[in-house]
Design a protein around this ligand. Structure first.
Ligand code: HEM
Length: 451
């Protein structure tokens, strides 16, 4: 069996030229199918499935590879009992360019070590502190939203989440330091979109690389200050965590996690909240149902213990992620040759997976095009129809470590929004869905009516 060296130079993987035996398309010259992944991902995914089935050839971001769909294939990839699917290699050409060393870009034993190290930042005690930190920040921001002329949801929620990220993940207040960190972080994310992958002054990629260096240096300098301190942000929790021998984890392991946590948390929750506001504006009966549940709690700020009582919001959130998953594509590379849906897949093949076809498969979901949060109720529980028909948070070893955090943030924020406002969209509003750099309905001109 052919085997690709996992420790080969980070960026020199095969360009997957040996995939001609698999049907599919290389797309248009130079761009491949990259533009469709940005402008019309669902159509691209459906077209591949209809034309070529669960496994098809595709070219994205100058990389040739395979688009894999289908619940059973996903079960195999996510659970990866054969240790055949590398995230480190799968993300090397995309987010690995700026977030190398981040937990998602580590495989197997190395990944397990990081997961153990980071788990401390997601324990109940930590989560309780985060709710308390978030509530006043949300209040200050949300309270101003109805004062803004020409309000659009995206820039305001982004700003709010950046402020929350600085406080909860790094433990810093708004000010020059937070501004510099947020700028570096936004430069990196913009750099991810740069087509020219060279450090040439003036390019997005170059600015992103400078941002990456800035953040690495920042987090390296912070580690000694955080050790032994009782600060209650995620980064400090990780700095203070000890391994099974009672020693602190090395700086080298910790540094990349600082910026990767910001990245993993920010766009994903921004996307979720944009879609959730969209659906609950156009289906006001769900807005009313969520509000009723919030009012029953009868308090200005919710506590951690209230989260599990918010079942309507929970179902709305889950249905939003079914219909519009925040992470629309994931990357892997095969380490060994394998077989999927009857196709031989060579070692070192780039593969893309997408939470889409499974989320709309009528075998598992009743009337899948309908926004129907009730399908997540215990009585219907349609997501249980297959272990991998619903996977907005991925699965297996790399399953989102922040999934409860995401739900907590969404519920805490929506509780305040719903208690303060009724909201709607203009009657003539026509959504246009975007897929990159993050999935969202473009321009959400929410209208607020203070309650
Ligand atoms: C709606 C919100 C979110 C969604 C849909 C989401 C989705 C995902 C997905 C699909 C993965 C797996 C990627 C893969 O297997 O290739 C993942 C991993 C990850 N997520 Fe999230 N995420 C969300 C929010 C968050 C938040 C708020 C945090 C941090 C507080 C976070 C931290 C992470 C981390 C650290 C990983 C890597 C885990 C590992 O490799 O072990 N995510 N997320």
């Amino acid at each position: 069996m052919a085997k690709a060296a996992i420790d080969q130079d980070y960026l020199t993987h095969s360009d997957c030229t040996s995939l001609d035996h698999i049907p599919g398309t290389d797309g248009i010259p130079y761009f491949g199918s990259s533009l469709s992944t940005i402008y019309n991902l669902p159509t691209l995914l459906d077209r591949h499935f209809e034309n070529w089935g669960e496994v098809s050839r595709i070219k994205i971001l100058h990389q040739r590879g395979l688009l894999i769909q289908g619940e059973d294939n996903y079960q195999r990839i996510f659970l990866d009992t054969e240790k055949n699917f590398s995230t480190e290699m799968g993300y090397a050409e995309s987010i690995g360019q700026f977030y190398r060393g981040g937990i998602l870009m580590k495989d197997f034993g190395d990944h397990r070590t990081l997961r153990r190290m980071m788990q401390t930042a997601f324990k109940n005690a930590a989560m309780k502190n985060y709710v308390a930190i978030m509530n006043p920040v949300m209040q200050k921001n949300i309270d101003q939203w109805d004062q803004v002329d020409g309000f659009q949801f995206f820039p305001y929620i982004k700003e709010t989440l950046l402020e929350i990220g600085a406080k909860v993940f790094i433990g810093i207040e708004l000010g020059e330091e937070a501004d510099r960190i947020n700028k570096a972080f936004l430069d990196i994310n913009d750099g991810l979109l740069g087509q020219l992958r060279k450090e040439i002054p003036g390019t997005r990629y170059n600015r992103g690389k400078q941002g990456e260096r800035y953040l690495r240096e920042y987090f390296a300098k912070e580690i000694p200050k955080r050790r032994g301190s009782d600060r209650q942000d995620a980064f400090t929790y990780v700095c203070n965590e000890k391994d099974e021998n009672g020693d602190y984890y090395s700086d080298e392991l910790i540094i990349p996690q600082g910026s990767f946590l910001l990245f993993a948390a920010h766009d994903t929750t921004t996307s979720l909240l944009n879609h959730l506001m969209y659906y609950t504006s156009i289906y006001p009966e769900w807005q009313d149902a969520m509000r009723e549940e919030c009012m029953a709690l009868n308090k200005e700020f919710i506590d951690y213990e209230d989260l599990e009582k918010m079942t309507v919001l929970d179902n709305v959130l889950k249905e939003t992620l079914r219909m519009r998953p925040s992470v629309p594509m994931h990357g892997r590379r095969t380490i060994n040759e394998c077989e999927m849906s009857g196709h031989r897949i060579p070692a070192d093949t780039m593969i893309w997976i997408a939470p889409w076809h499974q989320h709309y498969n009528p075998e598992y979901w009743t009337d899948p095009q309908k926004f129907d949060p009730e399908r997540f109720s215990p009585e219907r529980a349609e997501y249980k129809n297959h272990s991998f028909c619903y996977h907005p948070f991925g699965g297996g070893a790399h399953k989102c470590i922040g999934l409860h955090f995401a739900s907590m943030l969404t519920k805490t924020l929506m509780h305040q929004v719903l208690m303060k406002y009724n909201y709607s969209l203009p009657e003539d509003f026509e959504p246009r869905f975007e897929w990159a750099p993050l999935p969202k309905p473009s321009k959400l001109p929410i209208q607020w009516q203070r309650r």
